[in-house]
Design a protein around this ligand. Structure first.
Ligand code: 26M
Length: 819
């Protein structure tokens, strides 16, 4: 007897083959006797997608029946990367697909390479969203993700003559098999216009008469959990012209212009803003924020009203998580809908708002906090500005009661910033309205409490918490490093660690086992060979897998100190050049690998990229140096590049000036993959040290509490000699472009060395030479450190982070759909 609960699709190789061929013929519209790798990829992903859809329907039917409290995760950025391998693995049918494909003459891995990255985000914050979606699904939490469906993702980086150029990422060009357009799920989103007061029920009510209306259409992306049937939804909104739009132009007969104007609505979801604070206060960015927030809030309230009729139950059924302040307009939007449309009293609505919102902040510096000019907000969202003013009015009254007439404090804490440009402080709005504000590492919370949000901490200490970031081992080990993954499961005797990372601790018992060490080295070497091949394909450079692969991949930023790395490389180059032949033989050969994008408007970051190329050009072509030192810049760093580079790295650098990296998550991916860390005690690294011990990594540099004093000293003291020498080579044009690099050098020498490169240089070199070079020569010790790194990485799974959020912040429980 056939049962609906079985699902319709079978997963044996014959059924999978038939399924793929059907998609070749009917979805891709190619002959099943003749199709290429890309067409095979398309057919394969549609076949996987069918299976996702089944589980997704079952999951949502189950959630609807059980009606648990749901979490809604709102983020302007999701950096998902590729979906094929991840989905097939999470569904538990990757190997069956590989078999089926083999018989058709294709290789799963080759087809997986055909997929482009979904790069709907910038960096850490956006990967945070992606990892959290994977963990939420895997841990059976009833959750939804909401975001914006950009037509152009993060720009592509193209390097010409060593300079970064940006090109648009038109990622939808070849179609996106992972999404489903939901034409019926669409909402009108209003902008501009005026707010009118109308008589209502013997009182007054506000009516917003918009000047523009845009339609938000849902695109759903299934997110499968690992080892569970649960498959949750990431709903991204796309802007379409509204039917209500611009009727006047039609009436006046200007048909062509009316149609052209309609198309302008689509620009709202056209492009992702690169992470650059100078973009603050831009109208399009504000419209993007409100567009996705308004559609999401309407959708959430519609779903609630489907099965409830009393808004007092709203906080028992709904938790809204704001990823940084970017979606914080959701707060006045919920107030507006509840008061103006659902006709709740202000007090009722406010009580609800105070119970449902929580946020995570990813920022360390106060200058990084988002502000929106009052004039702009008042023009684009006139009703929301009123609501924010009203919230602020009550808040300032509360402040006066608490602190008395301390005007300095009041003006610092007010949601409205007075000044040349009167602005709304989105962080203040979030703190006032959220029940919980989370930092992303322990030291980050300290910085929030003592610096960035000190005033707020003194008022509401109970609101401030931290959940140290984590990353998902499904993508960062299972998908990207199958070799190591198999080895871990073999030695632990189980693959249960894929859902319970603490089990990795079991590897500690085998860290010095000669057999494991041998196998570990072998797997790592294969990954290095794969990376060397990739480097050759991308840059034309041949590098030897015998050398130490020393990697720094992340966004280019002054505080992340890629410049410290490059100056260290220059120093090493200079040393090797001046060495006697007998000493050269003792040098550990190194391949230094740097990758990362600079925000298009960030001049210093772009100069750092050029410097990296200029130094590489000199070193790589110096016959005195040969294979002893190479410097490679990997262009267009993204998620899938990271998946390839991380497993093949020996050492990775996380060398931000202490107190500047809120958490850092790249380090966690390297750690899981058994790559040793060369790092400062900043962000989450401080907690990594506690897990694996100082002996198993290369730690250097000033500590967080030492930085302020050292900064004063840096103004007055000279640089260490080796540092001055490396810098002088840049200044004097050893690598050419001396005029172009002048401001880079000045930022250190003339500018007070804000990021303390000079101060940390000596201990950086020591960590590189005395520790890393020495340890690498002793491969037994190195491999032990590598195994202990993986063994100690369990705490940095996003499963742990999400579990903490669920329990401590959101108040949600797992809701596991039966298989
Ligand atoms: C701002 C204005 C206009 C356009 C874009 C932005 C913007 C976009 C992204 C600003 C910041 C953005 O991301 C910040 C970020 O990624 N922060 C990082 O978050 C990680 C996850 O918590 C942390 O590990 C990093 O330490 C933190 O730098």
């Amino acid at each position: 007897m056939f049962s609906l609960m079985d699902g319709f699709l079978k997963n044996d190789p014959i059924s999978l083959q038939k399924d793929i061929l059907d998609h070749v013929e009917y979805t891709v519209a190619r002959s099943r006797f003749s199709f290429d790798d890309f067409e095979a990829y398309q057919a394969l992903s549609h076949s996987v997608r069918d299976r996702l859809i089944e589980r997704w329907h079952d999951t949502h039917a189950y959630f609807k029946r059980k009606d648990p409290k749901r979490l809604y995760f709102l983020s302007l950025e999701f950096l998902m990367g590729r979906s094929l391998s991840n989905s097939a693995i999470n569904l538990g049918i990757r190997d069956q697909y590989a078999d089926a494909l083999n018989q058709l003459g294709f290789e799963f891995e080759v087809l997986a390479e055909q997929e482009g990255d979904a790069a709907q985000g910038n960096g850490g914050l956006a990967r945070f969203s992606a990892c959290h979606m994977d963990s939420l699904a895997t841990m059976d939490f009833p959750a939804w993700g909401y975001g914006l469906r950009y037509q152009y993702g993060l720009f592509r980086q193209v390097i010409l003559d060593g300079f970064q150029h940006e090109q648009p990422d038109y990622w939808l060009n070849f179609g996106n098999p992972w999404e489903t357009e939901r034409i019926p799920v669409s909402y009108a989103v209003k902008f501009y216009g005026t707010v009118e007061e109308k008589d209502f029920n013997g009182g007054k009510c506000k009516v917003w008469v918009p000047g523009e209306t845009v339609e938000a259409v849902a695109y759903d992306n299934p997110i499968p959990g690992y080892g569970t049937r649960n498959t949750i939804n990431l709903r991204l909104w796309s802007a379409k012209p509204s039917d209500l739009y611009d009727m006047e132009s039609y009436d006046t007969g200007d048909y062509i212009n009316a149609v052209i104007n309609r198309q302008k609505a689509e620009t709202i979801s056209s492009v992702l803003y690169p992470d650059d604070r100078s973009y603050q206060g831009k109208e399009l960015r504000l419209k993007q924020q409100y567009f996705f927030v308004s559609a999401s809030v309407q959708d959430i309230i519609r779903r609630f009203k489907d099965s409830h009729n009393d808004f007092n139950q709203f906080p028992e059924k709904v938790a809204l998580q704001l990823n940084d302040t970017h979606p914080s307009l959701a707060i006045p939007e919920v107030m507006r809908v509840l008061v103006d449309e659902e006709l709740l009293s202000w007090k009722q609505a406010w009580d609800i708002v105070c119970k449902i919102f929580s946020c995570t902040t990813h920022t360390v510096v106060p200058e990084g906090l988002e502000k929106i000019p009052v004039d702009l907000l008042g023009s684009v969202l006139p009703r929301h500005l009123q609501i924010i003013f009203d919230i602020n009015l009550s808040f300032v009254e509360e402040l006066k009661k608490h602190f008395g007439l301390d005007f300095n404090r009041l003006s610092r804490m007010s949601i409205v910033e007075e000044g040349a440009v009167k602005s709304i402080r989105m962080a203040n709005l979030s703190i006032v309205c959220c029940h919980t504000v989370n930092g992303v590492s322990r030291v980050h919370l300290d910085i929030l409490k003592t610096k960035v949000f000190k005033d707020f901490y003194e008022l509401w200490p109970q609101k401030f918490h931290y959940k140290t970031n984590g990353v998902t081992q499904r993508r960062w080990l299972v998908v990207s490093n199958p070799g190591l993954c198999g080895l871990i499961s073999k030695w632990l005797g189980t693959d249960a660690w894929i859902r319970d990372m603490d089990l990795l601790m079991g590897l500690r018992d085998h860290a010095v086992d000669a057999e494991l060490q041998q196998e570990w080295k072998m797997v790592r070497r294969i990954n290095k060979i794969r990376l060397a091949e990739f480097i050759e394909a991308m840059t034309g450079m041949k590098v030897s897998p015998d050398a130490m692969f020393d990697v720094q991949i992340k966004r280019i930023h002054e505080y992340k100190r890629q410049l410290l790395n490059i100056l260290g490389i220059i120093y090493r180059y200079d040393c090797i050049k001046n060495m006697k032949e007998s000493d050269r033989r003792k040098v550990v050969p190194r391949v230094c690998i740097i990758g990362g994008k600079a925000a298009p408007g960030y001049k210093m970051a772009k100069k750092i990229i050029k410097l990296c190329h200029a130094v590489g050009e000199t070193i790589n072509n110096d016959s005195d140096i040969g294979d002893l030192l190479k410097l490679v810049f990997i262009p267009d760093y993204n998620v899938s590049v990271a998946e390839l580079v991380i497993p093949g790295s020996d050492i990775s650098q996380h060398i931000s000036t202490a107190g500047h990296e809120a958490s850092g998550t790249g380090s966690m991916k390297f750690l899981m993959n058994g790559c040793l860390l060369l790092a400062t005690a900043d962000g989450a690294t401080i907690e990594i040290i506690e897990e694996i011990g100082e002996d198993n990594m290369f730690l250097f540099g000033a500590k967080v509490h030492e930085v302020p004093k050292l900064r004063e000293k840096a103004q007055n003291h000279g640089m260490p000699l080796q540092f001055a020498r490396a810098l002088k080579m840049v200044r004097d044009g050893y690598f050419d472009y001396e005029d172009y690099f002048k401001s880079l050098c000045d930022s250190i020498e003339g500018g007070g060395d804000f990021y303390l490169l000079g101060n940390d240089f000596a201990s950086y070199l020591e960590a590189q030479q005395a520790a890393a070079d020495k340890a690498f020569v002793d491969q037994e010790r190195w491999t032990k450190m590598s195994i202990l790194s993986t063994a100690g990485s369990g705490r940095f799974s996003s499963d742990r982070t999400v579990g903490e959020y669920a329990h401590q912040t959101w108040g949600i429980e797992p809701c596991r759909c039966p298989f």
